[in-house]
Design a protein around this ligand. Sequence first.
Ligand code: AMP
Ligand code: ZN
Length: 441
Amino acid sequence: MYTCGPTIYDYAHIGNFRTFIFEDILRRYLKFKGYSVTQVMNLTDVDDRTVKASRKEGIKLREYTERYAKAFFEDLDALNIERAEYYPRATEHIKEMTALVKKLIDNGYAYETAGSTYYDISKFTGYGKLSGVAASQQGIRVTADEYGKDEARDFALWKTWDEDDGEVFWETEVGKGRPGWHLECSAMSMKYLGETFDIHAGGVDLIFPHHENEIAQSEAATGKPFVKYWLHAEHLIVEGRKMSKSLGNFYTLRDLIQKGYDPTAIRYLLISAHYRDQLNFTFKGLDQASNTATRLNEFHTRLQEAQNSTTHNPTITTLTHKLLKNFDEAMDQDLNTPAALAALFEAVRDINKELDTGKYSRQDIQQATDTLNKVNTVLGILKPQAKPTTLEQEILQLIHAREDARKRKDWTTADKIRTQLQQKGIILEDTPQGVKWRIKR
Ligand code: AMP
Ligand code: ZN
């Protein structure tokens, strides 16, 4: 699976992360279903935007992009996005890219003008098959990496050096210059995944021209189908418009963390709509997502703290089976995450009711926990549980020893342990759900 990655000229915004989290869910669900996944995500570290931004700051391109690559990986971790197998960078694949340009020239799909090389879209009969944008106007060239959605143009494969590029250039067989943006994804996907591979994903804005151009480049070079399945995530929007840097209506993950939001809540919000529906970002929505994510994590904690009574509760077994079945059905329907989350919250509500009765066995709790963890291998919205500290482990051991003593009706030992804990500043409370402990204030 190839997923178009970030252009590392700035921090990624949460619109970008909507797409990256959708791809993470896709990856995790494929694994859940037993597929083995090899995912490649490129880092665009040379294009119009990165060159311009680094020049503006007066530092080397690599030094500039490195800062945002580092930030990107930190954000991936915060949002619990699994790592892809490969993160190739454009600047490290100039050889593969120029080889592809040469191949396209040899095959008659590319031409050189004033030192730059352009793709001749009139030569590729399949042009427009993904996006429906027809190659009607012929011979009109565009040098910029990004251009209008309705304009099929001969696009730059290789851009000859000009003054605005400063130190950013490579001396190659196709001239002194730098690659056009579309080229890297064809060259790097085929390098790591082969000439034909299964899945290619990105945001809807990439369908045209970027993915259309990738198909044109790859298929004209190899004569083989490039990709079997294309998946595109709809946009995160703000007040009816796409969240984007150029519109200035964006939030980065860091902005939201600074406002006190938990990344788990942000991840939850971003998967709460189906990936092919637009998702409107509001702070009210984020607040609701925070509450819901908290409720789920509280349920998780409740399971972990549940003290076993001995009565088996068959309803819990039924509920966990129902959850797995509904989850699977929802996700099989083109990754219907809102339906999958609805199934999860129905199960949380119903299992909570069973826990309220106080009748359940250790196995019931284990089964509920395992099911929740299983579903979470795909959704990734449970906060990692902090490992108990040595003190906590010691306290729990003493509590268990006291309970054993009580079961043996050995009240002297039980009382001795309670006093021992009190001396450590630990107060025990016997509740219907079992023994709880807290630190004396
Ligand atoms: P970029 O860094 O601009 O190349 O974008 C990285 C990824 O984010 C691409 O797959 C884009 O399609 C996607 N993307 C950009 N803006 C949004 C948005 N507002 N909502 C969802 N995805 C987006
Ligand atoms: Zn791409």
